[in-house]
Design a protein around this ligand. Structure first.
Ligand code: FE2
Length: 241
């Protein structure tokens, strides 16, 4: 399996708090059957002001340790970018990290606020797509406006956005509302991939395999495999770190 949404890099966001915790998460990922990770620390202007320098610095610490321990896992790096007006400037300056590409477009893991859909979100998405950047909406099932009005996902679908399900949502670790909405959408085959979105050993460990099993029960083997193997492989295959 391939996990293209996780917070395994140390000390640059609310994910791993130390290199030891990064390595514990990576050991758990390997036990789950994960062979490639794309680390996606937050870029959230004013909260987690990460950039290429901070991200690559943390990445190289983990990569060195993976090599030293001879672990059978490939580590790459991108980011989870919180939606904000500054995204346009970051895109123009080539400062946006991408989780890969799809349909000849760069794929941006784009995080919505958890409370609502911001005004102007559709215009921003149109601008990104016109700039050859395809948003992959991170865990839409966690957005409270979408929990109340699931049909408000339609403008994102109509524009061709990709969708990432967080494993813990479907399992039920994040509460009833994300679980119910992710069940509804997984049955409709809305999602493109499942990511662990793992943050810490205690708070949110990697549980991709459990989410795969639930998806298989709710849909079918082919779709479940697409979400954790085929699609994340296709998206991340040309990403080099
Ligand atoms: Fe995340």
């Amino acid at each position: 399996m391939i996990d293209i949404h996780c917070h395994v890099l140390p000390e640059i966001d609310d994910g791993a708090k130390s290199l030891d915790e990064s390595m514990a998460l990576i050991h758990q990922a390997i036990e789950q059957g994960i062979t490639r990770i794309v680390a996606t620390p937050h870029i959230h202007v004013g909260i987690y002001d990460n950039n290429q320098q901070t991200i690559l610095g943390a990445y190289s610490r983990v990569q060195q340790e993976i090599k030293a321990q001879g672990l059978p896992i490939e580590l790459r790096v991108a980011a989870e970018v919180r939606i904000c007006p500054e995204i346009i400037m970051l895109a123009k300056q080539n400062q946006l990290p991408f989780v890969g590409d799809f349909d000849e477009k760069k794929v941006l893991l784009l995080e919505l606020p958890s409370s609502h859909l911001p005004a102007g979100v559709e215009k921003l998405i149109d601008w990104l797509i016109n700039s050859n950047i395809l948003p992959m909406i991170a865990h839409p099932e966690r957005n409270r406006e979408l929990q109340r009005y699931p049909d408000r996902i339609k403008p994102f679908q109509q524009r061709g956005c990709l969708f990432q399900l967080t494993a813990a949502s479907l399992i039920g670790d994040l509460g009833d509302s994300p679980k119910a909405l992710s069940q509804l959408w997984i049955k409709k085959k809305l999602y493109t991939i499942i990511g662990s979105d793992c943050h810490s050993i205690k708070r949110r460990p990697p549980k991709l395999h459990q989410a795969y099993s639930i998806t298989k029960e709710l849909t079918d083997d082919t779709y479940a495999t697409q979400l954790v193997v085929d699609n994340p492989y296709l998206i991340s295959k040309r990403l080099f770190s």
